[in-house]
Design a protein around this ligand. Structure first.
Ligand code: NAD
Length: 246
């Protein structure tokens, strides 16, 4: 059987790195993409079955070059995981346009650019897209005007992708992680937010990177061959309750 190739963005650490390792466990090869070239090179050198590609997914020319390089290296793409993301928590009155654009350029523009560039190869493989949103896009809170809005938009883009690309056999799904103790989360989760999450989550804990990655890998696999257009939360039950957050 031909080995499948997954493109994973934000793969240098956190959920993207965990997802990369789970793909490898399941026999895939992985094109690891991140804008942090030194961190990416450092983790990729210890992994068999990967190739590292330094790229800022918010930059159109860089994304174009990335897909030329991935095609040259592998000649196929079976799955795209749009995981690269940044977080900036603040209310609307304190969020400058520059901060807004920083969040939107990676979290939204990046998903658009990467998905658009992947479509020709995904048509050939009848492949899959998994976009990583967040529970912050499912419910409003008092602090997440940019981050939450960007993630809500990613959910809608997923439904657009499923609707538009289904005729080519391409599936598109979205994973909404609950809180995971990564660098991104720990930079914006105050002690108050951490305590509130523990109370609001029925399982009363943060999740692990693997608990998100397993869902991503499943949705990319043939086991999910009739699943498309779905928003799947891996969040310890947060979305099923109405308990609020700051
Ligand atoms: P992380 O900070 O550990 O990893 C994010 C990676 O993305 C980093 O390696 C970073 O260099 C890379 N990146 C950021 N902007 C980029 C760009 N423009 N181009 C290329 N690479 C870029 O964060 P994480 O927690 O693993 O986050 C992964 C995804 O999960 C993000 O989309 C995030 O919004 C989402 N998420 C995380 C949590 C959480 O609690 N950790 C919760 C919900 C959603």
């Amino acid at each position: 059987m031909t080995q499948k190739l997954a493109v994973v963005t934000g793969a240098a650490r956190g959920i993207g790195l965990a997802t990369t390792k789970l793909f490898l466990r399941d026999g895939w090869t992985v094109a690891m993409v991140d804008r942090d070239a030194p961190e990416l090179e450092d983790v990729a050198k210890d992994l068999d079955g990967v190739k590292a590609f330094a790229c800022d997914v918010s930059q159109p020319e860089a994304v174009e070059q990335l897909f030329a390089d991935v095609q040259k290296a592998f000649g196929r793409i079976d799955a795209l995981v749009n995981n690269a993301g940044v977080a900036d928590f603040g209310p609307i009155e304190e969020t400058t346009f520059a901060r807004w654009r920083t969040v939107m350029s990676t979290n939204l523009d990046g998903v658009f650019l990467m998905s658009q560039a992947a479509i020709p190869a995904l048509k050939e493989s009848r492949g899959a897209i998994v976009n990583i949103a967040s529970i912050s896009g499912l419910r409003a809170s008092t602090l997440r005007v940019a981050y939450g809005t960007s993630k809500a938009a990613v959910m809608h883009m997923t439904k657009q992708q499923a609707a538009e690309l289904g005729e080519y056999g391409i599936r598109a799904n979205c994973v909404c992680p609950g809180p995971v103790r990564t660098k991104l989360a720990m930079a914006v989760h105050s002690p108050e937010i951490i305590a509130a999450y523990h109370d609001a989550i029925p399982l009363n804990r943060y999740g692990s990177e693997d608990e998100i990655g397993e869902v991503i890998v499943f949705l990319c696999s043939d086991k999910a061959s009739f699943v498309t257009g779905q928003i799947v939360a891996s969040d310890g039950g947060f979305e099923s309750t109405g308990i609020g957050l700051p």
